[in-house]
Every structure is written in structure tokens, then in C-alpha cells.
Write a protein that binds this ligand. Structure first.
Ligand code: NAD
Ligand code: GLY
Length: 359
């Protein structure tokens, strides 16, 4: 088992990564110090892993809330449902919430923990690759508003993250590939050696070989932990974690968040960012080709879906969170393993890039 620490002073916390993390009774019980525990999960994950966790919770009294599957679960209505459950069951400030699921359950549970009685403990037990390498680490918690994704939320850190690679065995292939987009992202923005390792080993990772998976999650979380420790609230370097996200979000918005997974949009968006970097002479075509080849091997889409037009993408990009005083900053590449945050690009190059990716 590997342990990585997210170094945030008195809010520091461990990420445990390995093959049988959830079978380690001692570990689970060591991290739960409350006598009131609410496990929040969904109807997909509960039949797979809930019993296993409950069995290992020694004599800790706990309750369970099983929510519907899907992005729409990340709502104010479900936040209210969690809070109502906590009040009805007379949970006090020393309680602990456990998020058992993917990024949807993790983001919602984290925000509920941030809100309940001005903040209670929560533990992340991420069960998707995306959640294990990204959303469970770093404390971004949120629910969606009908007018926008993640519009209501808080930075609120968990007290531990327990990532068991075994749970990824039941993850559908497309969801696994979507998680790989975020993995590839760490290599591209700040870890050239890891990127080169992925170029050699992507098929092994995709076969869900346990050692390769542990290494993949460990490197991803180490990168994320370092960035978060330096810039928790995203006033600078943390924005590089959004490589490909501006293009990706604009594709997701054009698709009304239907048809593509977030990671798929991020994958295509990263290739678009690489292409724009090439048009601005920041990197050469060879590097763009390497990004394209790795994304294709990870079974991620590399073209914008048919039916979307240039105007859709350009309009949707304008509402990006990285806009400052009307200027849209983009995350681009100076090399493989080196990202830059810049507004120094031409509208012409941006248009050429988008046109290049339209079907
Ligand atoms: P998800 O939580 O919807 O999970 C994807 C699907 O896999 C769901 O159907 C889920 O029920 C299922 N599933 C989960 N674990 C499984 C398992 N082990 N076996 C079989 N099926 C399983 O989606 P996700 O991709 O994990 O997360 C996406 C969410 O994460 C979005 O809401 C996004 O905004 C958020 N996110 C947050 C951050 C952050 O920093 N907080 C970062 C990236 C994404
Ligand atoms: N997923 C991007 C971040 O946590 O900042």
C-alpha cells in the first residue's frame, strides 16, 4: 500500500492507495474516530461495495443513505436530503460522513460535510478512476445549479482518502478511459517521466493490472497533492489542473452534458490545447502527434462530435471560470510535462484549432 500526504498544515490528510485498502479493517477503523457515521453512496455502487465496508466497521454505529445514480444527483435537493437525515438522526458536530462512490457522490458528500453545522469530518472512498486520481483529492466540493455545473460549492478537505484499486474491476470501460484522461493530464502539465511511463505502459494500465494501477494512481495523486498544497484555492498554479477543460466544457455544454463523459471531453480538449500550443510555436507537431497517439490508445475521442459548430464552442468558452476581467486565460503546453497559463494567443490561431477538430 502507498500513502501520500496532502500537506495542508493542520488540515493535512493521507491518501491510501492499494489493492486491498478496503479490506484493511484496522485502517478503516483508525480513520473513523466518530461514534456517528453516515455512509452516502448510490444505487449502483451500494450492491457492489457497501456490505464489504459495513462488515469492516467494527462496532461503529452507522446509517446509510443510498441516492440515485447520475450527475443530476449533485443537486441542492439531495444536499437538503442529507442535511435532513443528519438532523433527524440527531447527528452532532463530531460525526463523520463517508462518500462511497465516484465524483458525483464525493462532490455532494463533501459539500454536505462543509455545510452541516458549519463543517464536519468526511472521508472519501472513491470508486471510479476519475475519483481516485482527481475528484477525491484537493477539496473541491459542489452541487450543480440548473443554470450551471458546480455553481454552488466550497473548498473543503476530507480527513482521509481510501483508494482501493480492486473496486476498479467493475468499472465500465468507457468510465475507465474517462479517468485516464485526467491521468494523462498530470503527465502533460508537470510530469514528463510519468507521461513517458504511460506511453510505455498504457495497455497494462488498461488491463487493470494492479501494480500498474497503484503506480498510476500514486503518481497522479502525488502530482495533485503537490499542486493543491501550493495553491489550495486556485489563485495560480492549480489552474493548470484544468488543461483541456475550457475546450472540454464548451463541448459538454454544446452537448447539453449528454452523450460524452467529462473525461472524454477533457481528453479531446487536451489535444486541442496541444494543437493550439503548436500553432503558437510553443511545441512542435511531433509532440502533438504523441498526445494524439496516447489518447487514441486510451480509447478517448479526438474529434468534436458531429453537429457542433465553431460558434457553439467559441460562445461556450466565454463563460469559463478562467476568465478574468473579460480576458480568457488558457492552459497551454510549453513542452510535454510543462504547462503555462496564458492569454497570449491570437483569435485566429484559436479559430484554426477549433476548425481543425470539427467533424
Ligand atoms: P460518477 O460518480 O457519476 O461515476 C460514474 C459511473 O460509474 C456512475 O454510473 C457510477 O454509479 C458508476 N460507478 C462508480 N464506481 C463504480 C464501480 N467501482 N464499479 C462500477 N460502476 C461504478 O462520475 P465520475 O466520473 O466518478 O465523477 C464525475 C463527477 O466528478 C462530476 O460531477 C464532476 O464535476 C466531478 N469532478 C470533481 C472534481 C473535483 O475536483 N472535485 C474533479 C473532477 C470531476
Ligand atoms: N479537478 C481540478 C482541481 O481539482 O483543481
Amino acid at each position: 500500500m502507498k500513502i501520500i500526504e496532502v500537506d495542508l498544515g493542520d488540515r493535512k490528510y493521507p491518501i491510501y492507495i492499494g489493492e486491498s485498502v478496503l479490506s484493511d479493517k484496522k485502517l478503516l477503523n483508525k480513520n473513523i474516530t466518530s461514534s456517528q457515521v453516515l455512509i452516502i453512496t448510490n444505487e449502483n455502487v451500494a450492491p457492489l461495495y457497501l456490505k464489504h465496508i459495513e462488515k469492516n466497521l467494527d462496532n461503529i454505529k452507522h446509517d446509510v443513505l443510498i441516492l440515485p445514480d447520475g450527475e443530476s444527483t449533485k443537486s441542492l435537493e439531495n444536499l437538503n436530503l442529507i442535511i435532513t437525515c443528519l438532523i433527524e438522526k440527531k447527528y452532532n458536530r463530531t460525526c463523520t460522513l463517508i462518500a462511497l462512490g465516484g465524483g458525483v457522490i464525493g462532490d455532494l458528500t463533501g459539500f454536505a460535510a462543509a455545510c452541516y453545522q458549519r463543517g464536519v469530518k468526511f472521508i472519501q472512498i472513491p470508486t471510479t478512476l476519475l475519483a481516485q486520481v482527481d475528484s477525491s483529492v484537493g477539496g473541491k466540493t459542489a452541487v450543480n445549479h440548473p443554470l450551471g455545473k458546480n455553481m454552488i460549492g466550497a473548498f473543503y478537505q476530507p480527513c482521509a482518502v481510501l483508494s482501493d484499486t480492486n473496486v476498479l474491476s467493475t468499472l465500465p470501460e468507457r468510465e475507465f478511459s474517462a479517468g485516464l484522461a485526467e491521468v494523462i493530464k498530470y503527465g502533460l502539465i508537470r510530469d514528463r517521466k510519468f507521461y513517458e511511463w504511460l506511453e510505455k505502459n498504457i495497455e497494462l494500465v488498461m488491463s487493470r493490472d494492479s501494480r500498474a494501477l497503484t503506480y498510476t494512481i500514486e503518481r497522479s495523486c502525488t502530482n495533485k497533492a503537490e499542486v493543491v498544497a501550493e495553491d489550495e484555492k486556485e489563485s495560480g498554479i492549480r489552474a493548470t489542473l484544468n488543461l483541456g477543460h475550457t475546450f472540454g466544457h464548451s463541448i459538454e455544454t454544446a452537448l447539453s452534458y449528454k452523450g460524452w463523459l467529462h473525461g472524454e471531453a477533457v481528453g479531446c480538449g487536451m489535444l486541442m490545447a496541444a494543437d493550439l500550443s503548436m500553432r503558437l510555436d510553443l511545441i512542435d507537431q511531433g509532440r502533438v502527434d504523441r498526445v494524439k497517439a496516447l489518447l487514441e490508445r486510451a480509447k478517448l475521442p479526438i474529434k468534436i462530435p458531429r453537429g457542433i459548430i465553431l460558434k457553439d464552442i467559441l460562445e461556450n468558452m466565454k463563460v469559463d471560470k478562467k476568465s478574468r476581467n473579460g480576458i480568457l486565460y488558457l492552459i497551454l503546453l510549453n513542452d510535454i510535462g510543462k504547462a503555462t497559463i496564458t492569454a497570449d494567443y491570437t483569435q485566429r490561431a484559436l479559430t484554426e484549432t477549433i476548425n481543425h477538430f470539427l467533424e
